[in-house]
Design a protein around this ligand. Structure first.
Ligand code: NDP
Length: 277
């Protein structure tokens, strides 16, 4: 039997993960199957039971998506540092009866920005909007890329300050509210890591943060020009991107972790890209 992998979430109908991992497996000639599982929302312990049933049936690894990233983290026996900081996992590996939790969202985002968009982050001014799971995963990889300054803004300022306090010793990091951004000038990279775009909303970010020569990056994908990307465009930013590259890069990290071979991502990103305009 082929090695078994799956993505678990609820709802799960929208997932691109089986397609992405199927293409990776074909390209790297791995004998594996990858399916989508709709995880149970109720009762409380049903999610863990579903994961354990998958392991018992020979499952080797799983991607985890909303709303189970915290529950999957909680049931792990071992957790990587990015997973610990995020308090959440998006990839599990099952080995010798143990569940190992990773979080590749942050490294996937960083790779998309550095490698695919060719924006070296070293020495630049970076602004991240939001303080949810995606931001938690991104802070350590972003700081490792040595920006001159990393500012994180959120509606709930107490939440963003508490998050930043956990890693402030690692680099030049500042937490603030949206009003504070009005006096901070332009940034080389502005990342919308809020979930506002999922409902067509715009985080209250002032247009003054965008630079004509900078990059505006939207984590949501497949939604064409979101209100955030439109605001950036109207403020003169030429280079705008959505999160499809991040999606594929985090998948490639998980694939390499499971299979020991890193797949090519360019063709898969191109296949999944929905033009912004
Ligand atoms: P969370 O639910 O953990 O966090 C949501 C964040 O968005 C919070 O900080 C919240 O602020 C903020 N927010 C929500 N609505 C608004 C609004 N109208 N204005 C301003 N801020 C708002 O979400 P995640 O971190 O898991 O995901 C964030 C985004 O990233 C989603 O769009 C998700 O689809 C995308 N994503 C993309 C991935 C990819 O591979 N491309 C991978 C993972 C996520 P507050 O704290 O003040 O409530």
């Amino acid at each position: 039997m082929s090695d078994q992998y799956a993505v678990i979430g609820n709802p799960i109908g929208h997932t691109k993960s089986p397609l992405i991992h199927g293409l990776f497996a074909q390209e790297t000639q791995q004998d594996m199957a990858y399916t989508a599982i709709e995880g149970p929302l109720e009762p409380q312990d049903a999610f863990a039971a579903t994961v354990r049933a998958f392991i018992a049936a020979g499952g080797k690894g799983m991607n985890v998506t909303a709303p189970f990233k915290l529950k999957a983290f909680a049931m792990a026996d071992e957790r990587s540092e990015p997973a610990e900081l995020a308090g959440a996992t998006n990839a599990l590996s099952f080995k010798d009866g143990r569940i190992i939790a990773e979080n590749f969202d942050g490294i996937g985002l960083l790779r998309d920005i550095k490698v695919n968009l060719k924006l070296p982050m070293g020495g630049t001014r970076v602004l991240v909007l939001g303080a949810g799971g995606a931001v938690r995963g991104a802070l350590l990889p972003f700081l490792a890329a040595q920006p001159a300054e990393l500012v994180v803004a959120n509606r709930d300022t107490a939440k963003v300050k508490a998050l930043v306090a956990q890693v402030v010793a690692r680099g030049p990091l500042l937490a603030c509210g949206y009003r504070d951004l009005e006096t901070m000038g332009q940034f080389d990279l502005v990342v919308n890591a809020t979930s506002a775009s999922l409902t067509g909303e715009l985080p209250p970010v002032p247009p003054s943060v965008f630079s004509p020569t900078g990059v505006a990056y939207e984590l949501a994908y497949g939604k064409r020009l979101t209100p955030f990307l439109r605001l950036a465009r109207n403020a003169g930013t030429q280079h705008v991107a959505d999160g499809v590259g991040m999606l594929v890069e985090q998948a490639a990290e998980a694939f390499a972790w499971w299979r020991g071979v890193r797949p090519e991502t360019r063709a898969v990103i191109d296949r999944l890209t929905v033009p912004l305009d």
